[in-house]
Write a protein that binds this ligand. Structure first.
Ligand code: T46
Length: 141
């Protein structure tokens, strides 16, 4: 059983799965079904061979995203300004919804890690808060 989520704007996402036994597994993510928004952008992160690689270190003002680890594993920390929670992602069928106003970092990547991100909007640097103190001020306003 996954642990209860205590940060706001965050939830477990389970994809619809079609298992074809020896012919493999198909996982399906559809907008406004398994994914709780309209998907406008997909990106993926790989080449994570540096053992101390650290990504994220920001929050979004409005962007909604779901993160999957489609190969390998990594850890995700989310922080809503009051509570922090850590997730271990290692199953391509199980993702984490990271909604707005959550400071998040990604770390402890396996060499073969591939992170797939489904995103509710196009890239816009204005939506990022990249300073932790500014993030705290934003969520406490
Ligand atoms: C997030 C986590 C999970 C673009 O130009 N377009 C894009 O769509 C993205 C995602 C990034 N960029 C540029 C912005 C930076 O100059 O690529 C550079 C690296 O982005 P960043 O440092 O934000 O990468 P991560 O891995 O820390 O964060 C990414 C997403 O940017 C972010 O939205 O939530 O993955």
């Amino acid at each position: 059983m996954p642990e209860d989520i205590k940060v706001k704007n965050c939830q477990y996402i389970d994809l619809k799965q079609v298992v074809d036994e020896k012919d493999g597994v198909l996982s399906i993510a559809e907008s406004n079904r398994e994914i709780p928004f309209e998907i406008k952008r997909i990106y993926y992160i790989y080449g994570l061979t540096y053992p101390k690689a650290l990504r994220g270190l920001h929050a979004h003002k409005a962007l909604k995203q779901v993160l999957f680890c489609v190969n390998g594993s990594f850890k995700l920390m989310v922080d809503d300004g009051l509570n922090k929670q850590y997730f271990y992602l290692a199953d391509p069928n199980h993702g984490i919804y990271v909604g707005p106003e959550l400071w998040h970092t990604m770390f402890e990547f396996s060499d073969n890690c591939i992170i797939l991100v489904l995103s509710s909007d196009y890239y816009d640097e204005v939506d990022y808060i990249r300073n932790y103190e500014a993030f705290l001020a934003h969520v406490r306003r």
